[in-house]
Design a protein. Structure first.
Length: 559
């Protein structure tokens, strides 16, 4: 038996018609405002929501619904259906009056007055206004802006409901979050992928004078096809009805597309799990970005050996300043990479299993396509602890870093350097250098108060000297004799280069990023540092060390 209720609700323009049967609630309302406001109770049982308009599913997601109490509110963008009737299905029974009280229409999302100033909000690392963030997607420069798309759950603080969030910047430093770019659809949720500017108009979706921006993504937890969306303004995105590639195996994912100049072809790399848990990167070619053919395979690890697992990245770098000596880098989600040659069809590794991330909580890094300065700029997902104390957002991005290829003895390594644009955040400089430090030296950081810092150091230690550095709860220990460099229980061996230890450190509320030895060692550490009282220290434990540079910069927030 089915009962139908018609009622008027006190919020203007909201009319609810509710049908209840078994373990579900069904409501029909006319959309007079552009957004639905929904209550979230962290840790509550997840409820499934499906919305339809004009006999088509327009939104679906899981949400920890706050029936009796809300920790925060999320908003569903329904502006394209203004004036239309919307059907909403909730997979639990609630009364008609409760439904219309909990699900309200509003003109625009509302945020607290302390937006971007919250206690655990990173101050110069991007994070979403609300909800969960993980992999960076579709990093690209288009029409005067850097575009950062990202895996996003706008309805909770944990992974799920994968959308493509979207933010833009003109300087790689200050980011503005825009509307969601890609919503889940009948083919699945929106998993990771990439973006390119079709400057040749190979796809025919734009013109040479007005090239389209193309997004490649995985239709996950559904068809496992690789989809395409395009835009001519960098704001509105149209999904193509066809697919870039049908499913090879369930779980294939994360298409990365680049232009290969020598072969004049578009190249896609895709992660595929083969038989017996063999991780593999499949290579494809295309002339028009719409039709692809497989050309080669590179195998990685097996099972728990996550070499070349998920989120492949393929790019070329000159060796140092020698533009005639080009090598290609193939990496994946954990940052372990190979260096070799690539002819547009096949990747030939010369050096394999090189560790790219020497820290903790850094994952799924991707490079920007189409940087106007020709740089290889990387950003990754930082596993930060930002869902505490009533925060309404979770996770952060890394700093943008410029990559280069250097030779260290008989081996090649990819080095990382924070992009020069970050220097615009410097507001005050402290010169903490002394000619030498020893165990009796006064702490040069004793009176330091700023919480957002960049420190640039060059030390010339004695053969058996060591030091301890404290940065708001993060300890750094270095022993010259053994080369042991320990940061918050993360241990690396970092030898001196030409007798020197070079460190560049960036401290934010969500942890620290360390670039050692001109970026050969990138050491991100995820740890909240917003203690009540700033505490900084630098102490030499044994034998003196000369100090060639010890510059400390106070940094401003990007918001």
């Amino acid at each position: 038996m089915k009962y139908t209720f018609i009622l008027l609700f006190f919020v203007p323009f909201l009319v609810c018609a509710q049908q209840t049967e078994k373990q579900s609630t069904y409501s029909v309302f006319k959309l007079e405002k552009g957004w639905l406001k929904l209550p979230v109770k962290n840790g509550a049982p997840k409820r499934n929501v499906v919305m339809q308009a004009q006999e088509k599913t327009i939104r679906f997601f899981d949400i920890e619904f706050g029936f009796d109490q809300a920790d925060w509110y999320t908003y569903v963008d329904l502006r394209p259906w203004l004036g239309k009737e919307v059907d909403m299905h909730l997979d639990t029974i609630i009364s008609d009056s409760s439904f219309c009280k909990l699900v309200t229409q509003v003109d625009t999302p509302l945020f607290n007055a302390d937006l971007y100033m919250e206690r655990h909000r990173a101050q110069y690392h991007f994070s979403p206004k609300r909800g969960w963030l993980n992999d960076p997607n579709g990093l690209v420069y288009y029409k005067g802006e850097y575009h950062l798309f990202f895996q996003h759950n706008p309805y909770g603080l944990r992974w799920g409901n994968m959308h493509w969030g979207h933010a833009v910047s003109t300087d790689l430093v200050h980011w503005k979050e825009l509307d969601i770019a890609l919503y889940p659809d009948e083919r699945g949720t929106m998993f990771s992928g990439s973006a390119i500017v079709d400057t040749h108009n190979s796809s025919g979706l734009g013109t040479i004078d007005d090239p389209p921006l193309l997004l490649f993504y995985t239709c996950a937890e559904g068809t496992w096809e690789q989809g395409i969306a395009y835009s001519l303004d960098g704001r509105t995105f149209t999904k193509l009805p066809g697919v870039a590639m049908p499913s090879i195996v369930p779980g294939n994912r994360d298409p990365k597309v680049i232009w290969h100049e020598a072969s004049q072809k578009w190249v896609m790399t895709l992660y595929v799990t083969e038989a017996d848990e063999q991780h593999a990167i499949y290579f494809f070619q295309s002339d028009n970005l719409l039709n692809w053919r497989q050309v080669s395979i590179v195998n990685g690890g097996i099972g728990e050996d996550r070499y070349l697992y998920e989120c492949p990245e393929l790019y070329e770098l000159p060796l140092g300043a020698d533009s005639s000596n080009i090598k290609w880098v193939l990496s994946a989600v954990n940052g372990v990479y190979a260096i070799g040659d690539f002819d547009g069809t096949t990747f030939y590794p010369l050096y394999e299993r090189i560790q790219g991330n020497h820290g903790r909580g850094y994952y799924a890094a991707q490079l920007f396509n189409n940087d106007p300065k020709g740089r290889r700029i990387e950003m990754g997902w930082r596993h930060t602890h930002t869902d505490l104390d009533g925060m309404t957002f979770n996770q952060s991005m890394s700093l943008p870093m410029s990559l280069s290829l250097q030779q260290r003895g008989a081996k090649f390594v990819v080095t990382r350097t924070p992009v020069q644009e970050l220097e615009s955040l410097r507001t005050k400089k402290y010169d903490c250098r002394r000619d030498t430090f020893d165990s009796l030296s006064i702490n040069p950081l004793l009176d330091l108060q700023p919480r957002l810092l960049e420190i640039d150091m060059v030390l010339q230690p004695s053969p058996k000297s060591s030091f301890l550095m404290k940065m708001n709860g993060i300890e750094i220990n270095y022993d010259v004799y053994t080369g042991r460099f320990e940061v918050d229980d993360v241990v690396n061996t970092i030898p001196l280069q030409d007798g020197l230890l070079k460190l560049r450190l960036f401290l934010d509320r969500v942890g620290i990023e360390i670039f050692a030895q001109d970026g050969e060692f990138y050491i991100p550490i995820n740890k909240n540092t917003n203690s009540s009282t700033p505490q900084y220290a630098f102490h030499v434990s044994s034998e003196e060390m000369a100090c060639l540079k010890f510059d400390v910069y106070e940094l401003s927030a990007i918001w």
